[in-house]
Design a protein around this ligand. Sequence first.
Ligand SMILES: C[S@@+](CC[C@H](N)C(=O)[O-])C[C@H]1O[C@@H](n2cnc3c(N)ncnc32)[C@H](O)[C@@H]1O
Length: 240
Amino acid sequence: MDAGNSNYTDYVRDKYNQYGGPKDPWHRYAQERIDHFTGQLVREAGLPENAYLLNAGSSGNDHGLTEFRQMHVDLAEATIQHLPEHIQGSVESIPLPDQTFDACVCVGSVLNYADGMKTIRELTRLLKPGGILVIEFEISNSAEYLFTKHGGADQAFVSTFLNYEEERINVYSRSAIFSLLDELGLRRERVVAFHVLSPWVYRLTGSINFAARFAALDPLVRWSWLSRRAGNLILRCRKS
Ligand SMILES: C[S@@+](CC[C@H](N)C(=O)[O-])C[C@H]1O[C@@H](n2cnc3c(N)ncnc32)[C@H](O)[C@@H]1O
């Protein structure tokens, strides 16, 4: 199995058609931070009142942004089919015209299950000039992969964990994503790291529960060089 092939896509679709949410403290914390920052980064962007938002790989989660009209796209139809505007399909290729949306949101490691680079290009195509892109993803620079062959790789298919089980995902380096954003004329307005110390503790101890406790220190260490080795980044960019 390899990210990008159809077996992997089927695996992801089946998994999320039955997914019951994060059950380990590492991912419960991540979900809470993602919902919090997504709401904040979108609301602080100064979008027009009638803004139209694309929620790519949404799993039906509107992140509390109920004041905006939203189009939900997901591989897992069970998560979105009850919603008034939805498309079952891949975020890598969305059958909608250029410049349809004021905001595109792709958070919750969706980029790590898809071809992240292709997806960012596709979301940029769908954004109006001046529109915002909010993305969140897991990075290869994380201390979790330090001294492994994938540490710092521009793109790598790695083994990690979710709900105490092995999970295979794509990770990207911070610099590979930032270069692509520059190339596409997406200006970074805010970058927030989370799971800053916890990947170090996980790497040293192998204990998910123990490591997850160190996420509580994120607000203190987010500003330090340690954030370069954080597990997750969420950012807002604006299309020129
Ligand atoms: C961990 S969930 C995150 C859901 C939501 N974005 C959130 O933050 O709560 C990942 C979602 O991405 C979806 N997904 C993964 N790869 C995808 C792809 N290539 N195209 C569309 N959806 C995808 C999965 O089906 C799943 O619903």
